[in-house]
Design a protein around this ligand. Sequence first.
Ligand code: FES
Length: 153
Amino acid sequence: FEQQPLRVQINGVAQQLSVEPRVTLLDLLREQLNLNGTKKGCDHGQCGACTVHVDGQRVNSCLTLALTTEGCKVTTIEGMGSVEKLHPMQEAFIKHDGFQCGYCTPGQIMSAVACINEGHANSPDEVREYMSGNICRCGAYANIVEAIMEVKS
Ligand code: FES
């Protein structure tokens, strides 16, 4: 497949890339840009491990062709906080034990931040509904909801 140009801002950095049309945003991030914080779970839209923000909206990066992000701003977990200064949602996940193995956590954090930003964190039930696409095999759901409600308050 012929590569095509892609101009996209990723975590605040303007990128000029060459990408094959079949490449997903998930594979672009992980394989071409070494942004491995975004996880590949199912690779077909069912687990939420690959969640990132495109122009502030959450998307499953495994279902998003990279070339469709032309001109967009993409934010991944690497853009949310740093080791020196965690994002408040990351702090809340630690405080409330919102993870065990941690594999789903980047996607959970990206969805959790979008949940608040998009105005869907008005009650635990609303949070549960919004977060239902992010699967956690360790079953940390109750603690994740607690973390989100604390950041919202
Ligand atoms: Fe994208 Fe599972 S890897 S939803």
